[in-house]
Write a protein that binds this ligand. Structure first.
Ligand code: ATP
Ligand code: FE
Length: 355
């Protein structure tokens, strides 16, 4: 079975081809056309610019994915497409192209929840069994998911405000570093003192798995302004120390909340327990190492798919589509693009089914 996947829910236009013979699966191509430079001057992704860029580039991404896989469209058996959640203009561009391709080829099509794509990736890369615990930690998301099946997710908790990647990006901005901020803050942190600034570890007093990061960002702002007021500016060491202190706080919160989520998961006595992470922030070595320690301490295997499959891509959409189709899922021209689509209800949205 050969599946073409399409992804266009944020600022990456992506297409990928997966092939499976039932026992193994190969990623024949995985094309990601980023559009970050188009949004660079705006301090965030501009929905209208993103939608136009997806509309312009999606067919090129599909063409490149087919070419790289050395296949033509007639050799594709099915089409999987992100149907939400995300910026609606981009999602619509993807869904419309998928419908067009499905109508033209007569091949089945299936809509995929973008978050399910992230959450099912460890099954693509490592073939792990349900149930596993997933921490999705990116620029737009932060949540713990109990993954019990292809369409069976339970959210154990998550951020109540900013996502960690967003916080890394804002801290980078406050300190005059570039974007995306995550890797730059991490590089600074390596040269800094994580104990110089006592930054808050929000919500650790609460027993649940919820997190909050906007206060952390405000505390960084205060630390910076305090230094500027006292000494007229920031020295390189100040910047490194702020980054190190921020990263330490972020790491502590994620590690402690992961410990609590693991407790809930391990209580279900899984056969081969796995803690998996996905999302761009999983690239952070400090956070990754802490999560690995927490996982191992609880007796769970720690799994972080390769970064290219952790951040937005279409291979994960093709995979999630394949998994859904194996369960008998099919969509038709009534498939709707959804700006919001909580993971607890993964059945594909239909046109007119509400927001
Ligand atoms: P989503 O996929 O949830 O819609 P997104 O596209 O912004 O959001 P990703 O592409 O998964 O998310 O990840 C990008 C985010 O990861 C950015 O916020 C970036 O700063 C952060 N990030 C990348 N590398 C690192 C790192 N080494 N340390 C911390 N954060 C990082
Ligand atoms: Fe994503």
């Amino acid at each position: 079975l050969t599946v073409l996947g399409l992804e266009s829910s944020c600022d990456d236009t992506a297409a990928a081809v997966l092939r499976t013979d039932g026992s193994s699966v190969d990623i024949l191509s995985n094309i990601v056309l980023g559009q970050q430079e188009l949004h660079a001057g705006f301090g965030g992704v501009v929905p209208e610019i993103a939608a136009r860029a997806h509309a312009e580039k999606l067919d090129l991404a599909v063409e490149a994915a087919l070419k790289h896989a050395a296949l033509d469209l007639s050799q594709i058996d099915a089409i999987a497409v992100t149907a939400g959640p995300g910026l609606i203009g981009g999602v619509m561009a993807g869904v419309m192209l998928a419908k067009g391709l499905a109508a033209a080829t007569g091949k089945p099509m299936v809509g995929v929840n973008h978050l399910a794509g992230h959450a099912l990736t460890p099954r693509l890369t490592d073939g792990i069994a349900f149930p596993y615990l997933m921490l999705l930690v990116s620029g737009g998301h932060c949540q713990f998911l109990l993954v019990d099946g292809v369409d069976d997710f339970t959210r154990l908790g998550g951020t109540i405000d900013d996502a960690p990647g967003e916080a890394f990006d804002k801290v980078a901005k406050l300190l005059g570093l570039g974007q995306p901020g995550g890797p730059l803050v991490e590089a600074e942190a390596r040269m800094g003192d994580p104990e110089r600034f006592a930054l808050p570890r929000p919500l650790l007093d609460r027993p649940d798995c919820d997190m909050s990061f906007s206060g952390l960002k405000t505390a960084v702002l205060r630390a910076r302004d305090g230094l500027v007021a006292a000494q007229g500016g920031l020295y390189a060491q100040d910047r490194a120390d702020i980054c190190a202190s921020f990263q330490a706080a972020m790491t502590d919160v994620l590690a402690e909340k992961t410990r609590r989520a693991l407790k809930l998961y391990m209580d279900r006595a899984p056969q081969a327990p796995v803690l998996a992470v996905a999302g761009g922030v999983a690239a952070n070595q400090s956070i990754r190492a802490a999560l690995e320690r927490v996982g191992q301490a609880a007796g769970a295997r720690f799994l972080a798919p390769p970064l290219k499959l952790c951040t937005d891509n279409a291979a994960m959409i093709a995979w999630a589509g394949l998994e859904r189709m194996r369960m008998g899922a099919r969509d038709d021209l009534t498939l709707a693009a959804r700006p919001r689509w909580p993971l607890d209800t993964t059945s594909a949205p239909m046109l007119g089914a509400g927001k």
